[in-house]
Structures are given as structure tokens and as C-alpha cells.
Design a protein around this ligand. Sequence first.
Ligand code: GRF
Length: 219
Amino acid sequence: MSANSCNVVVLISGNGSNLQALIDQSGNRGYRVAGVVCNNPAAFGLQRAAKAGVPAAIVEHRDFPNRETFDGALGEAIGAFAPDLIALAGFMRILGSAFVREQAGRMLNIHPSLLPKYTGMHTHQRVLEAGEREHGVSIHFVNEELDGGPIIARSRIAVRDDDDEASLIERAHRLEHDLYPKVTGWFAAGRLRLRDDGVYLDGNRLPVTGIEEPAPPGV
Ligand code: GRF
């Protein structure tokens, strides 16, 4: 894989705004979105892929009698795009553990919280309910633990007194759209590695909470 030939396959289930950011910034960041795999035929992200000329495969879990056959079909659909990197971007199915183990170190996820806090769903609402003064987003390597893999990078924002769920979602998305293409570019350039003892960027082991990237201006 050279810097300009890193094939990224993006897995989505819905809106696909992170997919859009990954596509839009691929030229600047030195990778190529080679394909999209989606488990939901109604996902708006599929329209984004079509508009950008990125091929997409739909693998619907309902079409398969069990977990194993769905996982097998998903693995095949992903493999058909010959990915160097798999980027989960709002993909709402849990991947089979054999597949996750096989892809260790070449599969990323983005999560809308400052991991390891607030794994799982409804992060923005939970952050507000807990009275947190800070919120943010994280990118991590995927392992078998839900939102629990080694953290690569986080960006944070202050929670404002007048924030509600919608305003936090909106600002978190702006952080995500900046951070995901950036981290994907690091991987494409060969700067990012998962090793047994942690995540390395440019040969330096990162803290367990990853590197802190500043929020883009105005967020
Ligand atoms: C993002 O907030 C991401 O962190 C989470 O799912 C959401 C997907 O949004 N995993 P979109 O489909 O990329 O707009």
C-alpha cells in the first residue's frame, strides 16, 4: 500500500455524513474510498455514494437465516473491494468476532463521545443528563468489545449552558467530519499502527486515551 493507493471501504447504516466527509477529503488525505457496504437499503448514505460514483453493496441481515451466514456475506462484500482499511461510520450491526479478529489493526470506528466514557447509544443525551462540562468524539481501532478498542484520537468541545441534544449532535458531527478523514490519512500514509502494547503514531506510542486533536475553528 502506497500513500495514494490506500483503499478504504466504509460501512454505513444510515445518513452517511461521515462517509461524505471521507469521500470529500480523500484526495487531500491520500486515500481512496473504494466502496461502501451497507445493511440498510433505505440508508441515505447510499445516495451519497451513488452521487460520488463510489460503488456500494447492500447486505441486509434479514436476508440471512443466521448470524454466521450474514457475517459471511458481509465479509465477502467487504473483501470484494480489496480494502487496506475498513472504516465503520454509523454501522449499526455488531460484526462477528472472527471477522473482527482477522481485521485487527485495519478497522476503525468513530464514536460520538470521549471514550472510554459513554460507549453505546444516545451519548449526547447521556452527557447532558450527567451534567458533563465537556463532550467530544473518538476514533478507535475495532476489537471485540463494543466501542472498546484501542483509542487513536479524540477531539473535544465544551458543553454550553444552552446546549441541547440537537446542538451537541451538530457540533459533534463537525468534529467527526474533521477527525475521521485526518486519522484515515494517517493510516494511509503508514503513520498509524496497532501493536500488542498499544497504538503508535509516527513510531511513538500514544496514551491510552489517544492523541488529542484540536476542534476545527468555530465548532
Ligand atoms: C456518528 O455520530 C458516528 O459517530 C456514530 O454514528 C453516527 C453516524 O452518522 N457511530 P453519519 O451516518 O455518518 O451521519
